[in-house]
Design a protein around this ligand. Structure first.
Ligand SMILES: *[C@@H]1O[C@H](CO)[C@@H](O)[C@H](O)[C@H]1NC(C)=O
Ligand SMILES: *[C@@H]1O[C@H](CO)[C@@H](O)[C@H](O)[C@H]1NC(C)=O
Ligand SMILES: *[C@@H]1O[C@H](CO)[C@@H](O)[C@H](O)[C@H]1NC(C)=O
Ligand SMILES: *[C@@H]1O[C@H](CO)[C@@H](O)[C@H](O)[C@H]1NC(C)=O
Ligand SMILES: *[C@@H]1O[C@H](CO)[C@@H](O)[C@H](O)[C@H]1NC(C)=O
Ligand SMILES: *[C@@H]1O[C@H](CO)[C@@H](O)[C@H](O)[C@H]1NC(C)=O
Ligand SMILES: *[C@@H]1O[C@H](CO)[C@@H](O)[C@H](O)[C@H]1NC(C)=O
Ligand SMILES: *[C@@H]1O[C@H](CO)[C@@H](O)[C@H](O)[C@H]1NC(C)=O
Ligand SMILES: *[C@@H]1O[C@H](CO)[C@@H](O)[C@H](O)[C@H]1NC(C)=O
Length: 614
């Protein structure tokens, strides 16, 4: 008996014993009568030069910026005198800020979480450091791949504080349970693993039985749901309760914290498969980039320029109209599926090297997965809401979109939605946990990809990036991946970018924040160290030629966050002396380049245990 047929045997036994469970099958979308689409169309179309935001997004931003954010600025900056301004002068003119959290698996989720704790105005030590408060003045929040998991952790769990979100008992991310094989790392056929996969299988089967094409991307969606959605804990991990099935991305809009505009507006990035060649891993900048907000699935790429109501995503539409008015779909926007789509390259990596493991996974999942090859294992299938709508788009004739990891086009920091012209952002915080170097640190590559895509494909639709170094070598030589940097300080026609790289501890400690992307299990004490290191760096800034935090950094971050407000006031308010001094240290200045030599004694080698990688 081959291991895999043995496996099918055990799996079928398990299924007999377990039976079906209504709650696990809540992963299946349902069919309902369509709403009156003459009154509320399911799809809206615009053009690159006449963009329109979703009206619900517009009203969310308007409310948050008129009621919540001004108070939060006052709470953060006080009267402004500590940085040389009067906060009151900026009222009605505050800079519009977006936060972008990169991909990079569990490393990126945990690093991003540590950054959030450092900018959270609810964290007393972060407030004392001057950095805590930035989260509360942001209007937008974007995430992709590992950053999408973080986004789900924040938005699907009532905007919790980080320590509670990641390591709290309810919900907690449970990263100590291996993502792929929680029942035991070495054996796919371990009884606990079989229970786990059989529960996942029930969800995926239910979706398939409802008439939807599923792929391993659906199994992946369910695996992530155990960690980043609510409903799973150490005691019920292997039971057949719902484990987040039925929790929808569109339901974020129903949460009280969201209705009260307590958090920035969230968006997840996914790419179309397009011309991506998994076997060579070549990136293609012309892959369409889509975004998923609580309200819609949309793309502001010029050749799409359309948005579809997220509540009814999954419905067969042609030219924006339901093909069958009695047959609209709800419940397709499973939160696990949204973040799973944004991160499915993980499975591609697995498939690439390990065709046998993919086969095994397919068998474990047991769903009517189509013939799997390494190339198609990776896609997640979404009925195309824009079918027949945008003749010039690569996907316009595909009934189904084959969507892949949001970082596949090389843009690992989700800047795309934040640079959409109509959103008019002033300032973007780019949190970068990419593994570009051999030791899993970023080197600016994602920014370079974004720069290229923006300046070739998105000229009419998106704001451009300010000047950055022209190569990753320069980026590293200038030490820009070892400490926070402000880009575009004096470039009024682009947003100001606050770049926060994942970097080694400034005090010279051995780093834990650079775990390999494929590491899918972390002990609780490792996670705690990662959160602490990310937090300390984010509240620390840097002192040139030293291993000390900068006591001015918190206020310098305030300077950068508020800076564009000055230009919104007429007449323009001059930059304060204090902030000018900050900007000399923290701004990228092509006429006065910095050097990595000013950042001594940073340890680069990962200090954590090298546990199972994909
Ligand atoms: C603030 O964040 C740090 C780092 O995550 C954490 O250790 C501390 O407990 C937090 N403080 C509060 C009050 O949550
Ligand atoms: C499922 O895939 C088949 C074959 O590619 C396609 O014809 C069908 O339209 C798809 N179903 C849905 C619901 O998109
Ligand atoms: C685990 O979660 C289940 C379902 O939400 C709940 O009934 C149970 O009390 C939880 N167990 C613990 C130990 O928190
Ligand atoms: C339209 O959808 C309804 C409900 O799912 C179904 O009963 C009906 O057969 C469909 N009509 C066509 C023409 O497919
Ligand atoms: C993704 O795109 C590549 C290149 O066009 C193609 O070879 C592959 O079959 C596509 N994957 C799927 C599942 O369609
Ligand atoms: C994307 O770029 C590739 C390589 O430059 C090109 O071959 C392909 O036709 C482009 N696809 C689209 C849809 O523009
Ligand atoms: C976590 O605990 C284990 C077991 O006590 C220990 O070996 C390891 O060094 C600890 N790791 C960290 C980062 O503290
Ligand atoms: C160049 O930058 C350094 C800090 O990196 C600063 O001390 C110095 O004053 C700057 N020189 C000029 C001319 O701005
Ligand atoms: C982990 O692996 C790296 C690269 O192989 C190695 O340099 C490092 O020492 C290892 N760390 C531990 C704790 O084994």
């Amino acid at each position: 008996m081959s291991p895999s047929s043995n496996l099918s045997f055990w799996l079928s036994l398990t299924l007999l014993v377990v039976g079906s469970s209504a709650s696990l099958s809540s992963y299946a979308p349902s069919i309902t009568a369509c709403p009156d689409t003459s009154k509320s169309p399911l799809v809206r179309k615009f053009t690159a030069t006449k963009q329109k935001l979703n009206p619900l997004e517009e009203s969310f931003i308007c409310d948050r910026e008129s009621t919540v954010i001004p108070e939060n600025w006052k709470a953060w900056l006080g009267d402004g005198s500590a940085i040389g301004y009067k906060t009151a002068d900026f009222v009605d003119h505050f800079a519009r800020i977006g936060l972008a959290f990169s991909g990079g698996g569990y490393r990126a989720s945990q690093f991003g979480a540590g950054v959030i704790s450092a900018i959270d105005g609810r964290n007393a030590t972060a407030v004392a450091a001057g950095t805590g408060g930035l989260l509360q003045v942001a209007s937008y929040f974007s995430g992709l791949s590992g950053g999408a998991w973080l986004t789900a952790g924040v938005y699907m769990n009532d905007f919790p504080m980080v320590q509670d979100m990641v390591l709290g008992s309810q919900p907690g991310w449970l990263l100590e349970e291996d993502l792929l094989l929680p029942g035991g790392e070495t054996d796919f056929t371990d009884a606990a693993n079989l229970e786990y996969f059989s529960a996942i299988d029930q969800s995926v089967d239910a979706k398939a039985a409802a008439g939807f094409n599923v792929t391993i991307g659906d199994g992946w969606a369910r695996m992530l749901s155990y960690h980043f959605l609510s409903g799973t804990n150490e005691s019920n991990f292997f039971d057949t309760s719902s484990h987040g099935a039925g929790q929808l991305w569109s339901q974020i809009a129903d949460a009280t914290f969201f209705k009260n505009k307590q958090a920035p507006f969230p968006m997840i990035i996914v790419d179309t498969n397009g011309t991506f060649d998994l076997t060579t891993e070549s990136t293609s900048l012309n892959l369409t980039v889509y975004e998923v907000s609580p309200y819609e699935f949309a793309s502001f790429d010029p050749d799409v320029s359309a948005g579809a109501d997220l509540t009814f995503i999954g419905t067969s539409l042609f030219a924006g109209v339901p093909v069958n008015k009695s047959s609209c779909v709800t419940g397709f926007d499973q939160a696990g599926f949204v973040i799973g789509t944004s991160s499915n390259v993980f499975l591609g990596e697995l498939a690439e090297g390990e065709a046998e493991e993919i086969e095994l996974l397919q068998e474990l999942l047991g769903a009517p997965v189509e013939d799997l090859t390494p190339a198609n294992a990776v896609v997640s299938k979404w009925p195309n809401p824009f079918l027949g709508l945008s003749p010039s788009n690569v996907d316009s004739l595909n009934p189904e979109l084959e969507l892949i990891d949001g970082g596949t086009n090389g843009e690992n920091i989700p800047l795309n939605p934040l640079l959409v012209n109509a959103r008019a952002l002033d300032t973007i915080v780019a949190v970068d946990a990419s593994a570009d170097t051999a030791q899993n640190w970023p080197n600016g590559l994602s920014l370079l990809f974004s720069l290229e895509r923006l300046s070739t494909i998105l000229v009419d639709s998106h704001q451009q990036l300010p000047e950055i170094p022209t190569s990753t070598d320069d980026f590293v030589a200038q030490g820009l991946n070892l400490r926070p940097t402000f880009f575009g300080c004096n470039s009024a026609d682009t947003p100001l970018i606050i770049y926060i790289p994942n970097a080694p501890p400034i005090n010279g400690d051995a780093p834990f924040t650079n775990a390999p992307t494929g590491q899918v299990q972390f002990e609780v004490n490792e996670t705690q160290v990662i959160l602490n290191q990310a937090y300390e760096n984010t509240i620390g800034g840097f002192v040139p030629n030293a291993n000390l935090p900068d006591p001015n950094w918190g206020r310098c971050l305030q300077c950068a966050a508020v800076d564009r407000s000055r230009l919104n006031v007429k007449p323009v308010i001059e930059r304060s002396a204090f902030c000018t001094k900050c900007f000399t240290q923290y701004c990228y200045n092509p006429a006065n380049l910095t050097s990595s030599a000013e950042l001594p004694n940073r340890q680069l080698t990962y200090a954590g245990p090298n546990s199972t990688a994909l």
